[in-house]
Design a protein. Structure first.
Length: 319
């Protein structure tokens, strides 16, 4: 007996659960790291590791993902806890935006995706794909992400914390000063309990925003038809904009989004915009960012990244 055809609602349920199961382990990992940072990391330690020069500190923060690779689902609770521990907001935002792209796992997956996609094109398309080959696309993705995130961090240097952060996230006075007497000798079991409680609290709050974002993403995937793909090739600028919108809505993981982009029938500049914008800003991240930053800042950041990455992707291929 043949099984009944899948309905859009069935697709929604399958997509919703698949994204939840894919993202939840990373959120759990991020909140566990967050909890142990809260319990074991001395206040201001990372700040002391960074250069005293604020510009150099931001520039170095854009490369931290190469040493501490974190996906976009896990990075938000981590940077929230680091901010509470005294990490400058400009450095935290730079790391938050760059880490999902500038890390070894994403570099390898991007290289592999564009290496395997050339043989699937027509002769003309394959010639273009070779010209903008896997090395070029991978290095372009990493370099553009670094430039954009560092510029964002340098701009954030000009703002005060209270204009960006939600009240409960801003560092407390006791967090950025020396540890109270006796805190260094806190027994290990007590610190472990503190880490567990912090991780549980952060997981519940982050998962709430993540679930809302995933639900919106699943609705788009289940109910929007594939006929819209025809709009992506009307012009290169429109293709770039639509690919960034698609990246925003699909909310793909940065370790796998290159396989989608590499095989999508759009110009290479649109693929590059997709690969850079998506890991920095998507539906689920919007709701996760709102747990840390004020809504006005999130809105401005969303639009600014969209415009900057779109223009830079268009110009990048012409240099």
């Amino acid at each position: 007996m043949a099984s009944p055809p899948l309905t859009p609602f069935t697709d929604f349920c399958l997509l919703f659960l698949s994204i939840i199961f894919e993202g939840a382990p990373f959120i759990l990992l991020g909140t566990l790291v967050s909890g142990f940072i809260d319990a074991y990391l001395p206040a201001g330690l990372i700040d002391r590791w960074l250069p005293k020069n604020r510009v150099l500190a931001v520039m170095l923060s854009g490369l931290l993902g190469a040493v501490f690779p974190v996906c976009e689902c896990a990075v938000v609770p981590v940077i929230r806890r680091l901010i509470r521990k005294g990490l400058p907001v400009s450095c935290a935002i730079t790391y938050m935006l760059s880490a999902p792209i500038i890390n070894p796992i994403v570099a390898v997956s991007t290289m592999k995706a564009f290496s395997s996609s050339v043989g699937q094109f027509s002769l003309r398309e394959a010639t273009t794909a070779v010209a903008y080959g896997p090395v070029f696309m991978t290095s372009s993705r990493l370099l553009m992400a670094y430039l954009v995130t560092v510029v964002v961090g340098l701009i954030v240097l000009k703002f005060r914390n209270h204009t960006i952060l939600r009240p409960g996230v801003a560092p407390r006075h006791s967090d950025v000063g020396p540890l109270p007497e006796g805190d260094e000798d806190t027994p290990g079991p007590n610190r472990l309990v503190l880490a567990t409680r912090t991780a549980m609290r952060d997981f519940l709050e982050t998962a709430m925003y993540f679930t809302i974002g995933v639900a919106i993403t699943a609705v788009f995937k289940a109910y929007v038809t594939e006929d819209l793909i025809l709009l992506f090739n009307k012009s290169e600028p429109s293709g770039i904009g639509l690919m960034m919108i698609l990246a925003f809505v699909l909310s793909l993981c940065s370790t796998s989004d290159a396989f989608i982009a590499a095989n999508f029938p759009v110009p290479q500049s649109a693929k590059l915009a997709f690969l850079v914008y998506g890991p920095m800003m998507d539906v689920k991240l919007i709701f996760m960012y709102l747990a840390v930053f004020k809504s006005r800042f999130v809105a401005v950041l969303t639009v600014a990244l969209f415009v900057a990455i779109g223009v830079l992707s268009y110009v990048w291929m012409r240099l």
